[in-house]
Write a protein that binds this ligand. Structure first.
Ligand code: SF4
Length: 749
C-alpha cells in the first residue's frame, strides 16, 4: 500500500557476518517455509534466509520471513509476569509463582462457585504442536472445563467442518506438488500472492513450466485475480450458487466421473436433484457471473484430466462456510478429482500451526482427530493420560464465537486467552470490549504485553516466541516441520510449554498424569497416540515414524508417516546409499485408493442449498464491506506492526474504494473518511483503485479499532465461524485535521 509516495526508502537488510546457521520453520503463515537463522560470533541473531534444500520453499522467503529475526527484541515484549486486582488498575510486576498460583486459585474458585464450565480457555494457531497437546491435556485432563476452543474458529473452522462432513475426518488431501500435475486450478476467495506468497511462487513456477487454466473466484480484483486466465467477480456470499450451477452443467452434460462416483461416494442422487434448481440462467442473477461463463468454466474443470480447487477465507468466513467447503468437495468428487496427482480439494490454511491445533489440541475433541462423542476414544485417552474417563465431557463444548456471548449473559466468569487478541480479531469489537470488562478473572498469555486484550487482564503471562522454544508445526500440506530452540527466552518470559506444565502441577489430576519436561516427550506421546486404526482402517493422522532428527534431515515430513514405512526407508537408505533426506517422504496425498474414513468407506456428497441470510447493502448502508490480509502484515500486527520494514508499507488503516463511487460522493484519494455500519464506525485513509467494484470497499483486517468495529459476524451453523466478509457500510466525510490527529495517536508503534 503505497499512497503515492515517490521517495520511499528501499528495504535494507544489513549484511552482518554470520558465524553459524540454525534450522527452524517460519512462525507466520501456514505455508511452512524452512528458515535458517544466522547467528553472529557472539550468538546474536543477525539475519534469516530460506533453506535451499527444503521442498516447500526451495530457498525462498516472503517479506515477513526475511525480516522475522527482528521480532525477538521488538517493542512491547513482555518481560515479567504482571497482575492486578481490577482491570482498571495498573498492572504490577509479580513472580511466576504468584502469577501461576493466583490463576490456578481463581480457576478453582470460579469453578467451585459457578461450575466447571464457568471458566473458559481460548487458544490460537501460533503455538507449537507439543504446546497445543499439553494445553489440551491440562484443560481437558486437569482443569476440566468443556468451554475450550482456539482462535482457529475465526479462520479454519469451516474447512475442518466441511472436510469432516464430506470425508469423515479433517485433513487437507492434497499437496503443493499438485500444481505440477494439474490441468486446471480454480481458486475460491484466496488472494494467494499476498496471503501465502511462497505457495503462490510454487504455483507460478509450475505454470511457467506447463501452462494450465487458472480461474480465480473473488469479488475483488485481487493480485491473484489479476494473474488469472478467468476472473469470476462473484457477488459476496454466493459461491454455493456458482458451484451448484457448475455441477448442473457437468451432470446434465454427462461430464461427471460416474465410475468414481459409484465406487467412492454416496449421496449423488440427492446432489443431482438439488442442482436442477441452479440452472445457470437462474443462477447468474444471484451469483453475478453470466450464464456462458458458468458453462465455460464448468466444462473446462470437468474435462481437465485433473483439476484442483484451493480456497481460503473467502469461503471459510461466511454464514455458509462449511457448506461452501462441502460443495467444493462435491465438485471435486463428482469429477473424480480427489487423491490423484493434480486433482484435489486443498484448503489453504491460515496461521502457521492452525493444522497442529486441529490435529492435537483437543479443542473440539480429543488428540489425534478423536471425538469426545465416541465412548471408546474417550476411554482410550483417559487411560493414556491416567485420568477417570468421567472427567472428560461426552460432547464438545462452546466454540470461541459462542464463548463470548455466554460471558455477556454471565454463565462464563473467567477466561484464559493464549496468544490471541479478540479485541482486534473478533467481529463487533465494541461488544467484545463489554464482555471482557464483565469477566471476574482474565489471564492473558502472550509474547507482547501491549497486545490490546491485555487492557482487561488480571494476570499477564509473558510468553517466549518462535525460536526461543522448540516444537513442531504442521503446514497446509500436512507437513510436520520443526522449530528448533535457537535463543534463550527473552527477559523473564517462558515457553508456553513450561507455563502449561507449571499450571498442571497446581491441579489434583496431575498427580496421576505424566507431563513430560521437554517438548520431545510430548511429541513421543503424540506419536504413540497416532498409531492404530479408525473405523477399521489405519489412522490417517499417523506420525509414528517421525522423530525430530528425521524431520530436520528431511526439512519436514508429511503425514501419514508410519513406523513401518520409516523402518523400510531406513533399510532402503542402508542398501542403496540414497541420501537420507531424499528417502524420508510421508504421504503426499490422502484417499488415493478412493476409500474414505467414513463408516461406509465412501465420501459423502452433500446437497447444498443457498440461503441468502447475510446483511446486504441497502439505501442507508450502500456498500459491501470486504476485509482481508495484506502481505506485509500478519493478523493483528502484534509482531509485524513493530518490524519497521514490514510496517512501512501499510502503517495506517486504509480502505480501497472505487474511483467512480468516490467521485459520486466527492471523496478524493488519500483523504480520511468515516465508515459506519449498524455496529460502529472507523476512520480510514482512502486509496482509490479499480480493484474493488463500485458498490464495495475493502479494508485490511490487521488494524486495531478498525474494520472489526464494523463487522457483524453472523455465524456458520456448522463451524460457528463468523462471516467477516459480508456486511454493509456507508461512507461519510470527516474533519481531515481531526482524523489525521487520531491517526497519529493510533500509530504509537
Ligand atoms: S510465505 Fe508464510 S511461511 Fe513462508 S516466509 Fe512468508 S510468512 Fe513465512
Amino acid at each position: 500500500m503505497l499512497f503515492g509516495r515517490k521517495n520511499r526508502k528501499p528495504i535494507t537488510i544489513p549484511s552482518k557476518e554470520v558465524k553459524e546457521w540454525k534450522y527452524t520453520t517460519c512462525n507466520y503463515c501456514s505455508t511452512g517455509c524452512s528458515i535458517e537463522i544466522g547467528l553472529s560470533e557472539d550468538k546474536k541473531i543477525v539475519t534469516t534466509r530460506g533453506h535451499a534444500g527444503a521442498d516447500v520453499n526451495r530457498g525462498k522467503l516472503c517479506i515477513k520471513g526475511l525480516l522475522e529475526h527482528e521480532l525477538f527484541e521488538s517493542p512491547g515484549r513482555g518481560t515479567e509476569p504482571l497482575s492486578r486486582e481490577k482491570h482498571f488498575e495498573k498492572l504490577e510486576k509479580t513472580t511466576w509463582d504468584n502469577a501461576l498460583n493466583t490463576t490456578a486459585n481463581k480457576i478453582k474458585e470460579i469453578q467451585e462457585k459457578y461450575g466447571k464450565d464457568a471458566f473458559a480457555v481460548i487458544s490460537t494457531g501460533q503455538l507449537v504442536t507439543e504446546e497445543f497437546y499439553t494445553l489440551g491435556k491440562l484443560t481437558r485432563g486437569c482443569i476440566g472445563t468443556n468451554n475450550y476452543d482456539g482462535n482457529t474458529t475465526l479462520c479454519m473452522a469451516s474447512a475442518v467442518s466441511g472436510y469432516k462432513r464430506t470425508f469423515g475426518l479433517d485433513g487437507p488431501p492434497g499437496c503443493y506438488e499438485d500444481f505440477e500435475h494439474t490441468h486446471c486450478l480454480m481458486a475460491f476467495g484466496s488472494n494467494l500472492p499476498e496471503q501465502h506468497p511462497i505457495i503462490y511462487w510454487r504455483l507460478k513456477e509450475a505454470l511457467e513450466k506447463r501452462k494450465f487454466p487458472l480461474i480465480v473466484v473473488d469479488p475483488r480484483v485481487t493480485m491473484f485475480a489479476q494473474f488469472a486466465d478467468i476472473h469470476l467477480p462473484i457477488t459476496p456470499g454466493t459461491d454455493c450458487v456458482l458451484i451448484n450451477a457448475m455441477m448442473f452443467v457437468i451432470i446434465n452434460e454427462g461430464l461427471q466421473d460416474q465410475a468414481y462416483i459409484d465406487a467412492s461416494t454416496q449421496g449423488f442422487d440427492e446432489v443431482k436433484a438439488l442442482v436442477q434448481d441452479y440452472d445457470p440462467k437462474t443462477a447468474q442473477h444471484i451469483c453475478g457471473i453470466d450464464e456462458d461463463t458458468i458453462r465455460n468454466v464448468a466444462r473446462i474443470y470437468a474435462k481437465a484430466p485433473s483439476a484442483m480447487s484451493i480456497w481460503t477465507m473467502g469461503i471459510n468466513q461466511s454464514t455458509h462456510g462449511s457448506d461452501g467447503v462441502a460443495n467444493i468437495n462435491n465438485l471435486n468428487l463428482i469429477t473424480g478429482n480427489i487423491g490423484i496427482p493434480g486433482g484435489t480439494s486443498l484448503s489453504i490454511t491460515g496461521q502457521c500451526n492452525a493444522m497442529g491445533t486441529r490435529e492435537w489440541s483437543s479443542c473440539s475433541g480429543l488428540p489425534g482427530y478423536r471425538y469426545l462423542e465416541n465412548e471408546d476414544e474417550r476411554q482410550e485417552i483417559a487411560d493414556f493420560w491416567g485420568i477417570d474417563v468421567d472427567f472428560l465431557p461426552k460432547k464438545r463444548g462452546l466454540a470461541q464465537t459462542d464463548i463470548f456471548p455466554v460471558i455477556e449473559t454471565g454463565e462464563i466468569k473467567g477466561l484464559w486467552l493464549v496468544a490471541t487478541n479478540p479485541m482486534t480479531s473478533m467481529p463487533n469489537t465494541a461488544r467484545i470490549r463489554k464482555m471482557l470488562e464483565k469477566l471476574e478473572f482474565l489471564v492473558v498469555q502472550d509474547v507482547y504485553e501491549d497486545v490490546e486484550t491485555n487492557q482487561y487482564s488480571h494476570v499477564y503471562f509473558p510468553a517466549s516466541v518462535w525460536a526461543e522454544k522448540q516444537g513442531c508445526h504442521t503446514n497446509t500440506e500436512r507437513r510436520v516441520n520443526l522449530i528448533d530452540n535457537v535463543l534463550p527466552p527473552y527477559a523473564n518470559s517462558k515457553p508456553d510449554f513450561w507455563i502449561f506444565n507449571q499450571m498442571a502441577k497446581r491441579f489434583e489430576n496431575s498427580k496421576t498424569m505424566n507431563f513430560p519436561d521437554e517438548p520431545e516427550g510430548a511429541f513421543n506421546e503424540m506419536k504413540e497416540l497416532s498409531k492404530g486404526t479408525h473405523n477399521g482402517r489405519p489412522r490417517t493422522l499417523d506420525i509414528s515414524g517421525m522423530s525430530y532428527e528425521k524431520i530436520i534431515r528431511a526439512r519436514g515430513i508429511q503425514w501419514p508417516y508410519r513406523e513401518d514405512e520409516s523402518r523400510e526407508e531406513e533399510s532402503r537408505e542402508a542398501d542403496d546409499q540414497t541420501p537420507a533426506s531424499a528417502s524420508l517422504k510421508g504421504a503426499q496425498r490422502l484417499y488415493s485408493d478412493g476409500v474414505f474414513p467414513t463408516k461406509s468407506g465412501k465420501a459423502n456428497l452433500i446437497p447444498v442449498k443457498f440461503y441468502n441470510n447475510n446483511e446486504q447493502p441497502c439505501g442507508e448502508y450502500p456498500f459491501w464491506l470486504n476485509s482481508g490480509r495484506v502481505v506485509e502484515h500478519f493478523h493483528t500486527r502484534t509482531r509485524t506492526g513493530k518490524i519497521g520494514n514490514c510496517n512501512k508499507f501499510s502503517p495506517t488503516a486504509y480502505m480501497e474504494m472505487n474511483p467512480d463511487a468516490a467521485a459520486d460522493l466527492g471523496i478524493t484519494h488519500q483523504s480520511y473518511v468515516r465508515l459506519t455500519s449498524r455496529r460502529g464506525d472507523a476512520v480510514v485513509l482512502v486509496q482509490l483503485t479499480q480493484r474493488v467494484p463500485r458498490n464495495m470497499v475493502f479494508v485490511p483486517f490487521h488494524y486495531h479499532d478498525c474494520v472489526n468495529r464494523l463487522t457483524l459476524g453472523l455465524l456458520d451453523p456448522h463451524s460457528r465461524q463468523p462471516a467477516f466478509k459480508q456486511c454493509s457500510v456507508r461512507i461519510e466525510h470527516v474533519d481531515q485535521a481531526e482524523a489525521a490527529k487520531l491517526n497519529v495517536e493510533r500509530r504509537s508503534y
